[in-house]
Design a protein. Structure first.
Length: 318
């Protein structure tokens, strides 16, 4: 495998060298050399804005599509085309033909990237192996808060040579969040709607997750987080009954499961063990777009908007 990777790396370097000798791309913008340090402490020194960026995560697909445009993206991640989990515009999907994942190193190198963007949860091995064959790799911290997402956008703006565009994206997020707060006002905690989010695998969204932070912005009480359950810790049905949420957030994406999200909603609604739960009694089960809910891109703001509307519909009446 490593011999094959080394061989592909040599071919990759040759292709890049030939491309450079053949002249500058009309879309290449010359800028002063700049250096950016990623979350792993690795310094990337660039002499021009990257023109063939590869993203290995759907959220960075979404950020980069808006930040630099499809013309500067060589490949999206495997999930980019799935509207259940991706918000990338069809025209961008059509422009960027290639799809890659962390296990398809050959296909990744074949895309001739001048920058690969990787989340730190993947571990250091992939980044190190790609750097070993001459590929620029930027590792970013996996966001667990809205603030983290803004910082990721800012860093991607720096590494792509688009800091002003990144700042504009963050400003747009802030404006949307201010608009949500203007609708809600300040809701005392004892008046806030109690929420539990469900997936096909059970309740999720404990402490140190973006969902927990989004609940703060939507001014709802995330009962899983309040029980000091961290990240994806197990939550039993008995625990959900004890939490007694006013609102259950249900999946909208089928995630390749045999049962549909709608079927799961109906099964939850009629589950004998949950009949004492307020949300079940009031039939207050709401599907929020999972493409927003699981997003760690600028689209997290859309999740907060839908969550606030589900909890306080009366505050969003025109």
């Amino acid at each position: 495998m490593w011999k094959k990777l080394a061989g592909l790396g040599l071919a990759f370097c040759c292709v890049v060298s030939l491309t450079a000798c053949g002249g500058k791309s009309s879309s290449t913008q010359q800028v002063a050399a700049y250096t950016v340090t990623d979350v792993s402490g690795h310094q990337l020194k660039l002499t021009q804005k990257p023109q063939r960026i590869v993203s290995l995560n759907v959220s960075t697909d979404e950020i980069l599509a808006k930040l630099v445009g499809a013309d500067r993206i060589a490949a999206f991640s495997k999930l980019a085309d799935n509207p259940g989990i991706s918000t990338i515009a069809k025209e961008d999907l059509q422009k960027v033909k290639l799809r890659v994942d962390a296990h398809g190193t050959e296909a990744l190198l074949a895309s001739r990237p001048d920058l690969v963007v990787i989340a730190d949860w993947r571990g250091p091995e992939l980044a190190e192996s790609l750097r070993g064959v001459g590929v620029n790799v930027f590792v970013y911290k996996t966001p667990t808060t809205v603030k983290d997402i803004k910082e990721t956008i800012t860093l991607l703006g720096q590494i792509t040579g688009e800091p002003k565009k990144a700042a504009a994206m963050v400003a747009e997020m802030d404006k949307s969040l201010q608009g949500i707060h203007a609708k809600l006002g300040t809701i005392p905690k004892d008046k806030q709607v109690k929420v539990v989010a469900l997936s096909f695998m059970g309740a999720f969204g404990g402490k140190e997750t973006t969902f927990d932070d989004e609940c703060t912005y939507a001014q709802v009480r995330n009962m899983v987080g309040e029980k000091n359950i961290f990240k994806s810790g197990a939550v039993s049905k008995e625990a959900i009954v004890e939490m007694n949420p006013d609102l259950l957030i249900m999946p909208s994406w089928d995630f390749g499961e045999k049962k549909s999200a709608q079927t799961f909603l109906q099964e939850t609604l009629t589950d004998p063990s949950l009949q004492s739960v307020t949300a079940i009694q009031k039939k207050n089960l709401v599907q929020i777009h999972d493409a927003y809910l699981y997003s760690t891109s600028q689209d997290c703001v859309l999740a907060i908007t839908e969550l606030a509307k589900a909890a306080y519909p009366e505050k969003f009446k025109e």
